[in-house]
Design a protein around this ligand. Structure first.
Ligand SMILES: C[S@@+](CC[C@H](N)C(=O)[O-])C[C@H]1O[C@@H](n2cnc3c(N)ncnc32)[C@H](O)[C@@H]1O
Length: 222
């Protein structure tokens, strides 16, 4: 058994049982190793851009005796992954902008059979907008606490239907309607940033058009 901390566990819970998984930016490969040890998936590709993290991954899979079930791969994003190899793709622990760029560079993820599990550390609004603009549906969103910080994770599948959303929906996703502590904490953190930015703009640049957008977000959330 390899017990994951809450952030990675939240992502792992979204992986479909039995699926062929690619974990992009795997570092220690804790997530695929844990799912294999639990019997949730038979094998996985654990990919990273750099050699050092892949050495960490190798140490993990060897120490748990599952080296033959984890294919370690040097890959910039999804470049060295073949579409026929995967059902679920996890990209966790990176910024939302980088995650969007990785997806943009791999148009083959626009496949209704592939599930994306994305855990952005920042700029989750950029990622949500990219997904909606590119015909993906966000099927699940969750939040958790780890070491006093709030983290979120989302699952997404391609539907080919581009959808339009308000600025507040892009900023908060489905969290605005949720009442559990981690979701509320996530929304409060994002709205605090909006208020700080709005106050600063009102003082320094009162004609800035962004003020209207920020006010709209706050009004909608009210
Ligand atoms: C903060 S770690 C996250 C590790 C693990 N996924 C997690 O969530 O705990 C980010 C990892 O992503 C890798 N990375 C950054 N850019 C990447 C890219 N374009 N393609 C693949 N891996 C990348 C880094 O080398 C690093 O190992």
């Amino acid at each position: 058994m390899l017990k994951l901390k809450p952030r990675l566990n939240m992502a792992a819970q979204m992986v479909r049982r039995g699926s062929r998984l690619a974990d992009i930016g795997t570092d220690h490969a804790y997530l695929p190793a844990s799912l294999i040890l639990d019997g949730a998936i038979p094998c996985a590709i654990a990919a990273d851009l750099r050699k050092g993290p892949l050495e960490n991954a190798q140490a993990t899979v060897e120490s748990y005796g599952i080296a033959e079930k984890v294919n370690l791969r040097l890959s910039d994003g999804l470049k060295c992954i073949d579409p026929s190899e995967v059902d679920d793709i996890v990209i966790a622990g990176m910024g939302g902008i980088l995650i969007s760029e990785i997806l943009e560079a791999a148009p083959w993820v626009k496949d209704k059979n592939i599930q994306l599990i994305l855990q952005p550390q920042s700029h989750d609004e950029v990622l949500r907008k990219w997904l909606w603009d590119n015909g993906f549906e966000i099927t699940k969103e969750n939040a958790c606490f780890e070491d006093g910080k709030t983290y979120i994770c989302m699952a997404s599948v391609y539907t080919a239907e581009k959808s339009k959303h308000s600025e507040a929906e892009i900023l908060l996703g489905g969290f605005a309607e949720r009442i559990d502590d981690a979701c509320v904490s996530f929304c409060e953190k994002k709205l605090r940033r909006v208020k700080v930015r709005l106050d600063a703009l009102r003082k320094s640049d009162p004609d800035n058009e962004e003020i209207v957008t920020l006010e709209k977000i706050l009004n909608e959330v009210k």
